[in-house]
Design a protein around this ligand. Structure first.
Ligand SMILES: [Mn+2]
Length: 402
């Protein structure tokens, strides 16, 4: 951040998933070998050295011994021993391939040169694809333990955002709502927010990645908040839009109801019979029909033209995989059918900027998005964020009570 000043460290997701180890400058080596009864894997962890003189200044490191104990890997060494370990491995084994994050290995300052040297000196080949493709396929399906952590992460963010809705008022600063969201999440044991939230009053909600969060929300405006937290490595990602005064105007309510109807239909369709791409197409068709009914879109459009027209009012996708990362497992295709254990976001939106002269004036300057986190099962989808109000009457009642 600046000279000698620390900045927050977040563990590499893949490394965290496979090792459970949270210290920086570490490496995990998984070696697979054929044995009598099939393929066997052995894990070796390389971690920062524990030196006595840095413990007055920094939190104590686990060291090789501690890492071995906490994580259950077969062996653990100091990170400075990695090149020696690889050298020795190469003298004992030949004809093996290296699986790694092929996009990142050349740019990692410490590991890049070590791995590259080992490969060129011993004529070792890279595997046919980056290991991320395989890791993302595994990580896309959450185990029961991971689902437990995801539920907790979503529960914390839902409770926190309920507090934010209750505590907003005309003239409130976006920065206040932002800071309060972080506060409410962290006092519920989340380590940090999962990303810089969007807290956008009025017309600013039409900027999808608005993160300045430093303006005042005026009476009569909607406020859109897109925020989530990280709890023990697992993220939530929620969006609600509410009237800062506590009451929707008739035009705002009409727009809100459109998004809510579309969102509920897309959640219903979040089953093993559909892919994220199918749900996106569903969102565009439904939104297109709604926009025809309200007169924003031409009545005489074929299916494809109607979907194209809808993209003018919602430029983003309907959702993404969610897990340890907010945009989780990006190497997992959106074309594949959803599977039990996957967790996705469903987040349709409707954006009408103040200079959109194609719609009546009363609708302009409003951006609305409703986002929930949904667990796919072999039957009905489970909305993990169901405790966070989204029904407009419920939101108004919640604000009236506070
Ligand atoms: Mn999202």
């Amino acid at each position: 951040m600046s000279d000698m000043i620390m900045y927050p460290f977040r563990q590499n997701t893949e490394f965290h998933y496979f090792s459970g180890f949270l210290e920086s400058d570490s490496a995990l080596l998984i070696m697979s070998k054929h044995t009598g009864d099939g393929l066997r894997a052995e894990s070796v962890l390389f971690v920062p050295k524990r030196t006595p003189n840095n413990e007055n200044w920094e939190v104590r490191k686990s060291g090789a011994e501690g890492a071995h104990e906490i994580t259950g890997v077969e062996e653990a060494y100091n990170i400075c021993e990695l090149d020696l370990f690889l050298e020795r491995y190469c003298t004992q084994k030949s004809d093996f391939v290296v699986w790694c994050d092929q996009d990142k290995i050349p740019t990692n300052k410490t590991l890049g040169p070590v791995v590259k040297d080992m490969m060129t000196q011993n004529n070792v080949k890279l595997a046919p694809m980056s290991i991320n493709v395989l890791m993302h396929a595994i990580r896309a399906i959450k185990s029961p333990a991971e689902i437990g952590l995801m539920k907790k992460s979503v529960e914390i963010a839902s409770e926190a955002m309920t507090e934010i809705i209750k505590s907003s008022y005309p003239g409130v600063k976006e920065s206040y709502l932002y800071a309060k969201m972080e506060f409410e999440c962290r006092i519920r044991d989340a380590q940090f927010l999962a990303y810089i939230p969007v807290v956008a009053g009025g017309n600013r909600a039409n900027i999808i990645h608005y993160t300045s969060n430093n303006q005042i929300v005026n009476d009569g405006e909607l406020v859109l908040m897109d925020a989530g937290c990280e709890y023990n490595g697992y993220t939530s990602d929620l969006t609600r839009t509410w009237p800062v005064s506590g009451k929707f105007s008739p035009a705002q309510r009409r727009l809100y109801d459109i998004v809510l109807r579309v969102q509920r239909e897309c959640i219903k369709a979040s089953t093993v019979h559909n892919s994220l791409q199918d749900l996106y197409n569903l969102m565009l068709s439904l939104l297109g029909c709604e926009l025809q009914q309200i007169g924003f879109v031409d009545q005489h459009l074929d299916k494809d033209a109607l979907k194209r027209a809808a993209t003018k009012f919602c430029a983003h996708h309907v959702g993404h995989y969610l897990g340890m990362d907010v945009h989780d497992t990006p190497k997992a295709s959106r074309q594949q059918k959803l599977q039990p254990g996957m967790i996705i976001t469903i987040e349709p939106g409707l954006y009408i900027s103040e200079d959109n002269l194609n719609v009546p004036e009363e609708y302009r300057g409003n951006g609305i998005r409703i986002e929930d986190n949904v667990l796919i099962t072999d039957k009905e989808p489970v909305v993990l964020s169901s405790m966070l109000p989204k029904d407009p009457d419920e939101i108004e009642a919640l604000m009236a009570r506070s």
